[in-house]
Write a protein that binds this ligand. Structure first.
Ligand code: PRT
Ligand code: MG
Length: 212
């Protein structure tokens, strides 16, 4: 049995065509079903529905053979025990530094001010500012980072941006790019060797179906 770990929402939606290309059709829609284990049309493939941030953990420990997770999530996890054979080019966005529209970010950097930054992506943010030689105080949040600068919790946020609508709605503006984000196929290293004959065709179908 091949187990694939996925999160609901945008990753599931954008993965559905890739799964179809590999001849895998989920028996149910996770948005309407409350089941956490979904059967597919293939007797030898099942899907498990987990939080996006938990996908690497399930695959690392072998509870899933394959998983699909954002580069943002994988960078924070560290990638131990995982192969990352494919960039699926789905769920694309950018990791950005953003501040209030009225905040002078470049001026603050020039003055050498010590900025307070809220983020869910502490490791990524730490590495980004360290590479720039900037001293920042990082404050970990689990969501709604956009609120931080509005209520005086922080000067800046590090978060994902796709359309920019969330920033605009909260009078924030992106001032710096941290990196491009897309979702990757990840595989458990031991399972990848043991189940090569079952996994290879899925990988091949995914790589052929990727829209660049
Ligand atoms: O939602 P939940 O707390 O369960 O977990 P999650 O947010 O980690 O999962 P999910 O399903 O929302 O995101 C899964 C993956 O999609 C992420 O790990 C990213 O790799 C990718 N992705 C792509 C995004 C976005 N685009 C995105 N725009 N993840 C989140 N966002 C959020 C962003 O954090 C911000 O709050 O959308 C908001 C900005 O969107 P715009 O369009 O207003 O700019
Ligand atoms: Mg979300």
């Amino acid at each position: 049995m091949i187990t694939i770990a996925l999160s609901k929402g945008r990753i599931f939606e954008e993965t559905t065509p890739l799964l179809a290309a590999a001849g895998i059709i989920p028996a149910e829609d996770p948005e309407s079903s409350r089941k956490l284990i979904l059967a597919t049309n293939r007797y030898d493939v099942r899907l498990i529905i987990v939080r996006a941030t938990d996908v690497p953990t399930y695959v690392q420990y072998g509870a899933a053979d394959l998983g699909i997770a954002g580069k943002d999530v994988l960078d924070e996890h560290g990638g131990e025990g995982l192969y990352q054979p494919l960039d699926l080019q789905i769920a694309k966005c950018k990791m950005m530094v953003a501040v209030r529209e009225d905040f002078d970010y470049l001026g603050a950097i020039r003055r050498g001010a010590r900025l307070k930054v809220v983020t869910k992506y502490v490791k990524t943010a730490r590495e980004h500012f360290a590479a720039k030689g900037m001293h920042v105080d990082l404050i970990k949040l689990y969501g709604s980072m956009e609120l931080g600068p509005l209520v005086g919790l922080a000067d800046a946020i590090v978060d994902l941006v796709s359309t920019g609508a969330t920033l605009r709605a909260n009078h924030l503006t992106a001032v710096e790019e941290v990196g491009d984000i897309s979702s990757r196929l990840v595989a458990n290293q031991a399972s990848f060797k043991l189940n090569r004959t079952q996994l290879q065709p899925i990988l091949h179908a995914f790589s052929t179906a990727i829209t660049k």
